[in-house]
Design a protein. Sequence first.
Length: 153
Amino acid sequence: MQPSISRDRFIQINIVVKDIEKAAKAWSEILGIPVPEIRLNHLESHEQFRYTYRGNETPCDLKVCNIDMGNFVLELHEPVGGDSSFQEYLDRHGNGVHHIGFEVGDQRDEVLDALKEMGFDTQRTVGYYPGSSWTIVDSEDELGVNLNIKPVR
């Protein structure tokens, strides 16, 4: 089975950084935009929404900054507490591109099943939030970057 990931459904580049304030300021200067808002996200499972890292319900905190690039979002993450895919990446590589994201609509499960059949770990990180979900597919060694598969943004 081949995954149905269309190139025109590319929606995101995520960069993990050690200092989000410094990175956001630098991006704003390069792009000629105001410094984007930085917010703190706390990720953990609760009654309605599940969050797992490497198969375990493990809470974490991230500073997050989104920069609208027109057809996609440039997303900066700085891990600030707890185990996460983002902290794992930062510890292993330092600053860098953690994942690229694709919106696959109602084919989410089909795409993830196909990627799993291809040998990818589709459980690196799974998170649900109101109206959607996201799955980080562990593909660094094969693709040079992880994938983020989302039904909708």
